[in-house]
Design a binder for this molecule. Sequence first.
Ligand code: HEC
Ligand code: HEC
Ligand code: HEC
Ligand code: HEC
Length: 512
Amino acid sequence: MSKTYFAIVFMFFAFYLVAGCTEIPDPVTPSYETTLDASEDRNSAFEPFFPIHYQTYLQNEDDSQMTEYGGSVPHEKHLCGDLPRAYKYCQPYLKNLWLGYPFSFEYNRARGHTYAVHDVLDIDRINRYSEQAGLPSTCWNCKSNKVPGYVEKYGDDFWAMEFHQFREEHDMDDHTIGCNICHEPETMDLRITSVPLRDAFEKIGIDLDNATRNEMRSYVCAQCHVEYYFQDPKFGAAAKPVFPWTQGYNPPETYEYYKSFGSTTREGFEGWFIDWTHPVSDTPMIKAQHPEFEMWQDGTHGAAGVSCADCHMPYVRLDGKKKISSHRWTSPLKHIEQSCLQCHSDKQPDYLKERVIYSQERTWEQLMIAQELSVKAHEAVRLASEYRGFKRADFDELMIQARERIRKGQWYWDWVSAENSAGFHNPSKAIDTLASSQQYSQQAVNLAMKATNYGIAPDLEGDIYEVVPPIEEHSRKLQMSQEHLDTHQWFQYLPKFEEADLVWDLNKRVSN
Ligand code: HEC
Ligand code: HEC
Ligand code: HEC
Ligand code: HEC
């Protein structure tokens, strides 16, 4: 077969401009005939057919530019200071809040899709010092083009398989998030390959076969840019990714959801789902993961039907002839003209940028307060549980309630913290969620104080940064050192790891 394909009339672009913003048009989806195999998973195989698209795809490699709050320089998010390692907008307590959970070892700002395989192989969250990754193959789901093939081969057994065993099969460029994840290789029709998104939509009655083109322009992103968890084997295939949407998309509803689907026997939390137990306050916690889709869907733009692709994949003209959808997924503030002015044609780019930053500044301010109160809540419960003075008769009951509020307050904080737009996708929901977080964390502090008849109150007074200093350095390697564990009062609740050498470096074994 010849390498020809039929580029389709880009009539819909003209339609788009005429219709403006009040109605989001739903024109014909372009369709092609490539000669690619239906199971093609290499990005490079698509290049000869779509060289211009591929050129924009390669622009994802540019990780040199930050905007005010977003951008692509992959610094450590808890470190305050200057790029490349730190940034002016940092969250100094991240390692404290995730202590005892792999996120406390390493957590960096996201960059382009072309780095996904590299970055998942290079992260300290997955144990590279051991034959056991400590996290399942589920982690490949949102990084690798090979997942559709793995799911076909291994079915639901795939998720709980050893993460490391698939390292060597991965080419760092060819198998990173790409064409086959969102397109049928033969026709380039948009498609959903993500098992958890298909499952989740089925449960809440969204029929993907009848999704409109405009919906698909967001659903392809909802394959990964969402909150998820790894299934407890009691409820189905072990470690399978699940999106917790059956009661709704928002923080209160997902919080309720996680009161089921677990197998903990902890008093007061029986049957709840837990990601880990925070060792300092001994609290059963849940960790939020980048809920962009959930944040966006009932915000100003989501509710108006403005899709992820409208802003993040604007139409560009590269070869001077036809317009194509840019496949460089990054901050739209780097190209406001293409991303925003198609609808906001009456506004200046600088005005729009200021409006974005206006929301982000306010979100950030409340995010900091929520984070600090969450730390204070852990410390209050720690102090109360070690308190030797007078305790109220209902001490145990109050402490259960305090821990529940820690879990809830941190969940609400994390929802906004993990969401990648610093509030822009839904400014009022971001602020509302942070206000709730602050209230729940403060309730945890109050309950712990009450349990000790306010005996711990003096120890909580003053600047939280002095009461509990932020943990700046921590990693798997450091947790092998007693000297390191002696540097912070909260480390006394961590076990010391055994000395070990690296087993894996990216997709190569470096020791046995
Ligand atoms: C109305 C335009 C618009 C829509 C629609 C939109 N976004 Fe965004 N998105 C933005 C802006 C603006 C930012 C903030 C960028 C910044 O701070 O530099 C952003 C930030 C992001 C980021 C972080 C980028 C960075 O540079 O750090 C991700 C990831 C993201 N959006 C994904 C999505 C997903 C997924 C959807 C759909 C569910 C979506 N966005 C819908 C405009 C939009
Ligand atoms: C994250 C999802 C995603 C990935 C990955 C992806 N695309 Fe797309 N692609 C889209 C969306 C969304 C559209 C817009 C479709 C529409 O509006 O109907 C699109 C449109 C297209 C089109 C139709 C013409 C146009 O420009 O709108 C082509 C061709 C295309 N992509 C090629 C590719 C190639 C080649 C790759 C791999 C290098 C790729 N895509 C990777 C989401 C993706
Ligand atoms: C298969 C999973 C997957 C899909 C589908 C996906 N993303 Fe991503 N996206 C990621 C991952 C993982 C990263 C972070 C990669 C890294 O840092 O190594 C990311 C990063 C990003 C960023 C940050 C890039 C930067 O330069 O800061 C944006 C913006 C983004 N995605 C938008 C989108 C949009 C819009 C869609 C839908 C058209 C989409 N993504 C579809 C997984 C996905
Ligand atoms: C496809 C159309 C479309 C695109 C693209 C779009 N917007 Fe909007 N925007 C809307 C609509 C519709 C509203 C609702 C208010 C209205 O009707 O003007 C809105 C409202 C807003 C508001 C006021 C409400 C709020 O949430 O603060 C801001 C600010 C805004 N847009 C910024 C942006 C920016 C920045 C971009 C590009 C990153 C962008 N928009 C891209 C359609 C769009």
